[in-house]
Design a protein around this ligand. Structure first.
Ligand code: DAH
Length: 333
């Protein structure tokens, strides 16, 4: 063994470390040089074969070489790691400053849909009158949508509320009145609830009929409730919505779940507008809900939310409301 042997090993080792082009490759090259069985380690072990007067010098040369090669391998490792990270960043880069939405034309500030806006306003008004806002399912049982509202299987009122049925006998609710039943079952009197929600009917579609529309049901159960209470609450509601006292009239109306039943109309833009069917809760409905009609009674109403929104914003076709057409929706931002 001579100085040349060491120098030769130095040159070949440096070349192979610099040639490594992946971290894995570098690692095995490094082990092949300075690992337990690596070439430099072997050289150290083979010192015995060197001329005795050279041993000391060769020993320190080899040790220095080892250090040098370890440092070189480390800096090559850093280089390769940085390159791998740069490559990953380039591949996985996401421009988080891009606007949401596929087309920049669709971006921009959103707005509250007029239906939601009016619904929230009404909820606010009713909360102020001591009502709780409750919810119910859109897929209903026949019992809650019809039966417990005093509309038995054979009742002609069912004809006016044809709807979509599931194969297991449930249906898409035709009105929010089903939530009256659910509230009577769940809560105990005295109670005041309003229940906004989406309803569905099998309809011939035109400017005022849509298969999907919104209502807001209301119900108050207490002792000795009479039509005067009903009128008081409805007047207050309309004053809040329209901002001033409204001219109203009550006509008799028939709904199997109220007795007496009314149509409440308001005088709007020179004509009577049918807005609020209502009445005193039928004793049978209370009984179905497990409440004693001798002790409790109340009123109920079904506000046509879609219709109210239409008159409020002068929308001439109910089908605009759920068209998803941005040209329509943007007008209410
Ligand atoms: N659920 C009825 C409908 O959709 C409306 C209605 C009428 C609701 C009278 C009521 C009510 O609460 O008292 O046609």
């Amino acid at each position: 063994m001579t100085k040349e042997t060491v120098e030769e090993l130095r040159r070949t080792s440096i070349a192979s470390i610099e040639a490594a082009d992946s971290l894995d490759q570098l690692d095995s090259i490094r082990r092949g040089i300075v690992g337990k069985k690596g070439s430099v380690t072997q050289l150290l072990k083979g010192m015995g074969s060197a001329a005795p007067e050279l041993r000391k010098e060769l020993g320190s040369l080899i040790n220095e070489l080892k250090k040098e090669l370890e440092q070189l391998a480390e800096s090559r490792r850093e280089q390769l790691a940085r390159a791998a990270m740069d490559e990953r960043l380039a591949e996985e880069w996401i421009d988080i400053s891009l606007p949401v939405g596929a087309k920049p034309a669709l971006a921009g500030r959103g707005g509250i849909h007029p239906l939601t806006r009016v619904q929230r306003e009404l909820e606010h008004i009713f909360r102020g009158l001591g009502f709780t806002v409750v919810d119910g399912p859109e897929v209903e049982t026949d019992y809650c949508n019809f039966e417990a509202l005093n509309i038995p299987d054979t009742h002609p009122a069912r004809d006016m509320q044809d709807t979509f049925f599931t194969t297991c006998g449930h249906l898409l609710r035709t009105h929010t009145s089903s939530i009256q039943v659910r509230s009577l079952q769940r809560l105990s009197p005295p109670l005041r609830i309003v229940a906004p929600g989406r309803c569905f009917r099998y309809e011939r579609l035109d400017a005022s009929h849509e298969h999907t529309f919104y209502q807001m049901e209301g119900m108050m159960i207490d002792r000795d409730v009479n039509v005067g209470h009903l009128i008081y609450f409805m007047r207050t509601l309309l004053r809040e919505i329209f901002g001033s006292e409204q001219k109203i009239r009550l006509r008799p109306g028939y709904f199997p779940f109220v007795e007496p039943g009314f149509e409440l109309d308001i005088w709007f833009q020179g004509r009577w507008l049918e807005l609020l069917p209502c009445g005193l809760v039928h004793p049978k409905v209370l009984e179905f809900g497990g409440i004693d009609p001798k002790e409790w009674n109340g009123f109920a109403f079904g506000l046509g939310l879609s219709r109210l929104v239409m008159s409020r914003f002068q929308i001439d076709d109910i089908r605009h409301l759920q068209s998803g057409d941005l040209r329509f929706a943007r007008q209410f931002r």
